[in-house]
Design a protein around this ligand. Sequence first.
Ligand code: DGL
Length: 269
Amino acid sequence: MNRNAAIGVFDSGIGGLTVAREIARELPGETLLYLGDTARLPYGSKSAETVIKYAVRNVSFLAKSSLKAIVVACNTVSSVALPALREIVTVPVLGVIDPGARAAVAATRSGIIGVIGQPGTIRSGRYESAILQLASSARIYSRPTPLLVPLAEEGWVGSEVARLVLKEYLTPLVDRGIDTLVLGCTHYPLFKEQLRALFQDEYKREVVLVDSAVSISAELRRLLESQQLLSDAPQTSHRFFATDSTETFSRVGRSFWGEDFPQVLHVDL
Ligand code: DGL
């Protein structure tokens, strides 16, 4: 396999840039090929069958380029589609669920873990089964928190509305005694600061936030190192594709990535 091939990353939309950004931070020498399926977003409210169909289409597009690994940034896709995706490509396909589960088990002291995500992710029960496989005595409390994605996309992170929504969603989990919270959706790392403030000021307790973007980047590094596939190319040349208008994507991309966010190209899938 070509060590200087790109790493394919895809998501239902823009949210997966939290994962791409983290990979770029952890592995600055790697070139990323990113696809945001903005024409079909959100995935989180759709059936598993539909999500698998979209995910197969996304991976088939990415696989037309020379890749050494594919990272599924989307929690919804990671929770239902990995077996189908691994059937259509030969390169490793990494999802965010298992790295997130491992990080949660490593972080918890009480063994009481909260998981929040889009409805499809929570319905799949994948975080629970992955955590229980590692720590059979863990107690896991999960909750779909679908309002957080539109709040993030509207740029309302940090607002009073977001604080009230977070509080409404999290109080039942805090009442159960969680000491670790898995942020099971691409958009949730954007709320980290507000969540920390909420736990500290409102609930007066320490809760570790598990960001699967961080966990999967570390996992990707281990994989590339173990297979001697770390890039030695002199420079990176990231490429970003979106299936809907590229305008919003470029604007939000710049706020995520910085002013050097490359031009986003449109692709019809
Ligand atoms: N990317 C999705 C996830 O991580 C959130 C947005 C959507 O529902 O498409 O679950």
